[in-house]
Structure formats: structure tokens, C-alpha cells
Design a protein around this ligand. Sequence first.
Ligand code: RTP
Length: 155
Amino acid sequence: QDAHAAEMERTFIAIKPDGVQRGLISEIVARFERKGFKLVAIKLVVPSKDFAQKHYHDLKERPFFNGLCDFLSSGPVLAMVWEGEGVIKYGRKLIGATDPQKSEPGTIRGDLAVVVGRNIIHGSDGPETAKDEIKLWFKPEELNTCTINSEKWVY
Ligand code: RTP
């Protein structure tokens, strides 16, 4: 099982301050959990602005970068690592399009958000970003490897 887990795909998912303040943690965590993905790490943190800038470094040329970093550091963020086959791509599917006006009903943003600046959740957009973001937000010892064992029921 450990060898299996070591190869499993992982993604970084964060509920932004708006999602936390609106009481949407359980609703969002439930969607990933029910799908069959495995929770590997979870913590509530208030990121500093400097940390938010690191997280969003790819967007530093965009006009909304400063406001976005102010927003991410404005309150508690629920940082998580989820694991499972195809979790990076499928996690983005569960989340829905960046702009909630364009996200399909049934997706997290489609069902629970209205505007792009308050789209409640972040998910890594590819394997490299996932690796970098997990490393930025979590220490290796914070990543759980053994307590939840749903694999034999999901795969
Ligand atoms: P995320 O990284 O948060 O999962 O979002 P994403 O990949 O779907 O979208 P991305 O283009 O990476 O943008 C990151 C976040 O920036 C905010 N944003 N604001 N026009 C705007 O005001 C604007 N555009 C993007 C959103 O919060 C988006 O999630």
C-alpha cells in the first residue's frame, strides 16, 4: 500500500478566505471526499501577503495580482492536499471554470460563487504546479501516508 501511495497523484486545493468565512468548508471537503479522493493533509492558515505573492507568482504581471494577494492573505485559508487517480484534472473539474458566471451548475464555483474575485477555491492546474504548491504550503511530515485506507474500496 505504501508503494501504491507513493505513486499516487496529488494536488493542492485551498478554500480561500471567502469560502471559509461563508461556512463552505464542509460542503467543499464533502465533494472531494465523496468522489473517492483521499485527504492527505489539511490545515487552516492565514497566509502573509509575501506568502500569497509566492503562491500566485505566475500571475505577478496581471492587473489583479495585488488585489488577489491582499485577498488571499485577508483571513484563514483551508489548505489541503488530495490524492487519487487523475485528481489534478478532475479536481479542476469539480471546482469549475475560474469565472463562476461561466462555471457549470454542479461544480463548486457554479453552485456556490458569483464573481471571479470571490471564487472561493483554488486548485493546482498541472503536475508541476501541484508539486510546487504542495511544497510551498506543507512540510513533508505534514503529509499523511497511512491512516485513511480507502484504496481497496475505490479502485
Ligand atoms: P486558481 O488558481 O485560484 O485555482 O484559479 P484559476 O487557475 O482558475 O485562475 P487563474 O487564472 O490562475 O487566476 C487565479 C485567481 O485569480 C483571480 N482572478 N481574478 N479578472 C480578475 O479579477 C481575476 N481573474 C482571476 C481568481 O480568484 C482566480 O481564481
